[in-house]
Write a protein that binds this ligand. Structure first.
Ligand code: SAH
Ligand code: SF4
Ligand code: F3S
Length: 474
């Protein structure tokens, strides 16, 4: 091993008032042919932010002359872009590392590495250094732009190269991007998170909250529009807190207005933390037709006691007040949520409070999870006396309820005509396209083949809990 820089949890949680640096990406000329004649494959785990990071990584690799292949077995370079949010995400990655080991035994020239949120975890990197020394490289979420240098070192030394920074992070502009879709695009508006919810690993793996300069965001959206993109999704762990760390007075409602004014057909954003949701934002969403009436508003728990232990900074009552305000002001809005069951010490009464909120909000859909202790987070040290069996029963009960309301919400679309962006082929017999409604409902659509990439009117002919079917109408 020639150089090791490993992550440190104590450093990763430090937050200072130091100014965030905006830097520009560049790749040294001598590395542009490092991958000549070689292929790569990236497997991406986790949230949209990771998906978008992989789009950047792909473009960087292609600048280095690597070519993408769609099967891991055919690749010379394998990269796992990992997620650390729950234990099962971890297990999947270690399972995959095992598979790569076998491949490397047969083809020793394969170069394999990991990046993403797990790479930012002290415990994970220690495990890699102890048990998986045969891997070639590890880099973190803060130095994606340094991938060419990390790869060069690893390829030259033929030894494990670990370079992970535990820092608050900078903003790197002009990283190239190879987008998965020609019609819809992810646009980062901020990085990191300062909320430190007690169960969550993200503030440790992604650094402090850093908002991108509005001009850079608008420029990116304008270019996307010019290139024919129909939809942008503004990305951040807490998009509603956008701008709070900028030196100018400019917030998420200002940004939404400016993005809407570019005239791009559809504007979406995730994730909205209920704490920072302002009335101005609600006004903007209801006023601009191209800001989509779809909001992901994570609840996590309906119990005030548990919300406090989670450090969520809102109560059941204030959440419900916000929920109804949005429902009342934004026409036909769809609202989805995230819920955690089995947080340490969650009683039956606490769980019932969560069910009460679900019964009141009747979400369009919800992502539900069993609490997973993450190393180094405050909640992982809280006393937890609920059995896994009990937690699984709660999850099952919650899912039954959530699915019932999802189906009910979809039911309201039957025979209606709605706008759908036809974005890909459908795998369902009798349908050519899949696409999403303004409200983010997945629809299998029958439409003429030349309509791919267009927003068309679709009459809904059939609904299920998780998708619907429809036919294009002229
Ligand atoms: N920034 C977003 C959440 C991002 S993580 C927000 O604050 O709402 C996505 C979801 O994963 C969370 O909303 C939460 O429901 C879930 N999650 C995060 N940490 C978890 C943990 N330790 N155990 C179980 N679920 C977790
Ligand atoms: Fe995690 Fe909370 Fe930040 Fe969301 S707001 S990323 S749940 S710490
Ligand atoms: Fe996972 Fe990191 Fe996203 S932990 S959910 S990939 S920010």
């Amino acid at each position: 091993m020639i150089y090791v820089l490993i992550p440190e949890r104590e450093k990763a949680k430090i937050r200072t008032k130091n100014k965030v640096q905006t830097k520009k990406y560049s790749i040294p000329d001598n590395l542009k042919e490092l991958g000549l004649g070689k292929t790569y494959y990236i497997k991406t785990y986790g949230c949209q932010m990771n998906v978008h990071d992989s789009e950047n990584i792909k473009a960087i690799l292609e600048e280095m002359s690597f070519k993408e292949v769609d099967e891991m077995e055919k690749a010379d370079l394998i990269l796992l872009n990992t997620c650390a949010i729950r234990e099962n995400a971890h297990n999947k990655v270690f399972g995959m590392i095992g598979r790569i080991k076998h491949m490397k035994e047969e083809r020793p020239n394969i170069i394999a590495g990991i990046c993403g949120c797990m790479a930012q975890e002290e415990g994970v990197v220690e495990e890699i250094l102890n048990k998986y020394k045969w891997l070639d490289f590890v880099f973190g979420t803060h130095n994606i732009h340094e991938l060419p240098l990390v790869l060069e070192k690893s390829m030259n030394s033929k030894k494990l190269e670990v370079q992970v920074y535990s820092c608050e992070g900078d903003i790197i502009e002009d990283i190239p991007v190879k987008r998965d879709s020609k019609y819809k695009a992810w646009v980062n508006i901020m990085y990191g998170c300062d909320k430190f919810c007690t169960y969550c690993i993200v503030p440790y793996t992604r650094g402090k909250q850093r908002s991108r300069n509005p001009k850079d965001i608008i420029r990116e959206v304008e270019k996307l529009k010019k290139d024919g993109y129909k939809e942008v999704t503004l990305l951040g762990q807490n998009v509603n807190a956008y701008g709070k760390d900028l030196e100018i007075s400019y917030d998420m409602s200002n940004l939404l207005i400016d993005v809407a004014k570019t005239g791009i057909d559809r504007v979406r954003f995730v994730t909205s933390h209920p704490w920072d949701f302002t009335d101005e934002m609600i006004e903007v969403i209801s006023k601009y037709d191209n800001v989509m009436p779809y909001i992901h508003l994570p609840l996590q728990s309906g119990s005030n006691r548990i919300l406090k232990l989670m450090g969520r900074r809102y109560t059941k009552e204030s959440y419900l007040e916000l929920f109804h305000k949005i429902k009342n002001r934004v026409k036909d809005v769809a609202i989805t949520t995230d819920i955690i069951v089995g947080f340490p010490g969650e009683t039956e009464a606490d769980f019932n409070d969560t069910l009460d909120v679900v019964n009141e909000c009747k979400y369009d859909s919800a992502f539900t999870f069993i609490f997973s202790p993450r190393e180094g987070t405050p909640a992982s040290k809280m006393k937890d006396n609920i059995s896994l069996k009990e937690k699984e029963e709660r999850l099952y009960k919650l899912n039954e309820l959530v699915n019932m309301y999802a189906k009910e919400a979809n039911g309201g679309y039957l025979n209606r005509v709605v706008k759908v962006l036809l974005e890909d082929k459908s795998l369902k017999d009798g349908f050519n396209f899949i696409g999403y409604t303004d409200t983010m409902k997945l629809v299998n659509v029958k439409a003429p083949l030349d309509k791919l990439g267009k927003i068309v009117d679709v009459k809904i002919t059939n609904v299920q809990s998780f998708s619907m079917d429809g036919e294009m109408v002229e």
